[in-house]
Design a protein around this ligand. Sequence first.
Ligand code: KE4
Length: 424
Amino acid sequence: MTKSEQLFERAVKIIPGGVNSPVRAYRSVGGTPRFIERADGAYIWDADGNRYTDYIGSWGPMLLGHNHPEIREAVCKAAEKGLSFGAATEAEVEMAELICSLVPSVEMVRMVNSGTEAVMSAIRAARGYTGREKVIKFEGCYHGHCDAMLVKAGSGVMTAGIPDSAGVPGGCAQDTLTAVYNDLSSAERLFEENPGKVAALIVEPVAANMGVVLPQEGFLKGLRALCTKYGAVLIFDEVITGFRLGIDGAQGLYGVAADLTTFGKIIGAGMPVGAYGGKREIMECVAPVGPVYQAGTLSGNPVAMAAGITQLRILRDHPEVYDKISRLGDLFRQGMEQVLKESGAEVRVTGTGSLACVFFTGEPVKDYASAKKSDTGRFGKYFHYLLGHGIHAAPSQFEAVFFSNAHKEEDISAFLGAAKAFLK
Ligand code: KE4
């Protein structure tokens, strides 16, 4: 037995599925999850000493690559001063000032400990601000695992084929309305059917949890106009796209300002961090200033802030990082298009910047229904072929390929070579 197999055998006895987050269990691709022992730059090593080029990057945070020396140093220095105080610190002010200076639509921000917490809190703030209860989301978009968002969600929910999660009370789900991504009329219809009742519309500006699905021309601007027209809070869930698609995220890329934005992943650089922020008049509804309660023992934790601040400062001061990771993404997509042309395989490649996805379908993917048509069985075989050739991609058709500043062009060539060999 390999060390990963031994560890997995122990883990499944005392952790649900042997993992602390479902997608890590390889349920949709089969086989034994690799237990990772260490990481550095673009590479990770499993418990058996096998090295992989990593295209998960902890699901997004590792934009500068694993074990970045300046980030590691900042964490160690902060840890020497104590791990957590449960009191205000200078680092939290620095983080808040950084985020507000980098994302124009964010006038005020609150730190939390995960993307889920950021989304849950942003929705509560929107409901408190508007006095309304309904929330519109899009099928296939994933916004973490708070009850209100586990309705036709993406990511692990879509991977596991759970249409909705057990344990979510009907009373909660009934206030969550679902529209079709890239279909403005489906969102407008929900506004018209629920006059004066929609508190917020939440969207992944680039959907990256049903695989990667880009917003079609006019979609995001149309959502902005609908929220303005109907007095609803437009929430951009930028937990993945924030500080990845540019220093000002998808909002900067597509020129659409949200009323509230949720962040995670990159702002923690691998430490547990989330944040939500936006218009001052909405954020001033949040306790202790306003009546919307939200709290957290470890929110703004100084060690986590040190990691996130260091990564954001490097990204702010080195815009060339975005040129590089976007170029790697373009290299991958163009190379994969060439592979598909030569092989004639029923596969589509999507993405933008440092996000990509290989869909095992012959049809264009523009929403949840078209993404679901993918051949997940064939994806599973592709995943294991890559793994066997030292490439650690997401163990699900409905996730993304994440490129980092630590990847090199030869890594992309190796990835394309393995994909070509599999698809021939
Ligand atoms: P967390 O609570 O996992 O930090 O963030 C939830 C979340 C919110 N919004 C978006 C757009 C997200 O992508 C996520 C989490 N992303 C998944 C990857 N698809 C996390 C991986 C996992 O669940 O293990």
